[in-house]
Design a binder for this molecule. Structure first.
Ligand code: NAD
Length: 282
């Protein structure tokens, strides 16, 4: 599956949509500390914003930033009507409680979809902002017409940002969902049952090619930077490709779709601001 190509197509659609808006959508990204991977991800997000026509502001804070300082910066952005989307790049330094921070972001500006209200709406089957990585996988599923209803979807990795929301989304589409994690016994047996497999762990070659069910759809979310500076996913790509009908490469699969969905959510945040304003004036 060509995530990069689909993301580019979606980007063109968003560029056209942004041209029709009366206000330029805006996104504020908060980056704390010097994590090299986070810096790369933020750079990708900034570049995509510029391409789509979203005004992007980067707030860089030192790794020593206290939780209370970060909370008050978020509060300022929550109050600032010119900011449509707020994103705090994860992971945060250990001294800061991630859930406390995510809860502080105004749910109407929560373009990452991690606020408890947005996760709750997703759990109720009434999603508003949805986490970008699993949302990007849903786009690939739709684009490639991959059957989901009644299929067994196995998700490896149970994080808030990928595994858990992915499980809710696939459940909502009537898949039978299994979630595996680091304590799961016999991962091979679980993976062998998967019509749809989503792996989001970050261990290269964790998922062996000979575990794969013939005809399945494989989504490799894992990103690990190797010593030679190349990037590896979780799935043994070459062997798995022989058995699967659909497979995402790493890089160029799920990653670009994640960024495209962030752009989509930010444009949606801008549009929602209009409707909120419209309601206020009525
Ligand atoms: P995380 O560390 O929060 O969660 C990892 C999950 O993997 C946990 O649920 C853990 O129980 C599980 N796990 C660990 N070892 C395991 C094992 N041996 N067998 C089965 N499960 C195991 O990670 P995350 O933030 O969800 O990210 C996971 C990976 O996805 C990382 O490589 C990250 O870089 C990548 N990622 C990629 C994108 C993208 O856009 N492509 C987006 C987000 C994360």
């Amino acid at each position: 599956m060509e995530g990069k190509k689909l993301a580019a197509t979606l980007q063109v659609q968003l560029i056209e949509k942004v041209k029709t808006l009366k206000t330029t959508p805006s996104l504020c990204v908060i980056l704390i500390g010097e994590d090299p991977a986070s810096k790369i991800y933020v750079a990708h997000k900034q570049k995509a914003c510029q391409a789509v026509g979203i005004a992007v502001q980067l707030i860089k804070l030192p790794s020593t930033t206290s939780e209370s300082v970060l909370l008050s910066r978020i509060d300022e952005l929550n109050q600032d009507d010119s900011q449509h989307g707020i994103l705090v790049q994860l992971p945060l330094p250990k001294s800061i409680n991630t859930l406390t921070i995510l809860k502080k972001i105004n749910p109407h500006k929560d373009v990452d979809g991690f606020h408890p209200i947005n996760i709750g709406l997703l759990a109720q089957g009434q999603p508003h902002f949805q986490p970008c990585t699993p949302l990007g996988i849903l786009q690939l599923i739709d684009h490639y017409d991959i059957p989901v209803k009644g299929k067994h979807a196995v998700i490896v990795g149970a994080s808030l940002i990928v595994g858990k929301p992915m499980a809710l989304q696939l459940l909502d589409r009537d898949a039978t969902v299994s979630i595996c994690h680091k304590e799961t016994k016999n991962l091979a047996t679980m993976v062998a049952q998967a019509d749809i497999l989503v792996s989001a762990v970050g261990i290269p070659n964790l998922i062996k090619g000979d575990w794969i069910k013939p005809g399945s759809a494989l989504f490799d979310v894992g990103i690990t930077r190797l010593k030679d500076n190349t990037i590896a996913g979780d799935i043994e790509f070459t062997k798995a490709k022989e058995k699967a009908t659909w497979i995402t490469p790493v890089p160029g699969g799920v990653g670009p779709m994640t960024v495209a969905m962030l752009m989509r959510n930010t444009v949606m945040a801008c549009e929602n601001t209009y409707s909120l304003e419209a309601n206020t004036h009525r």
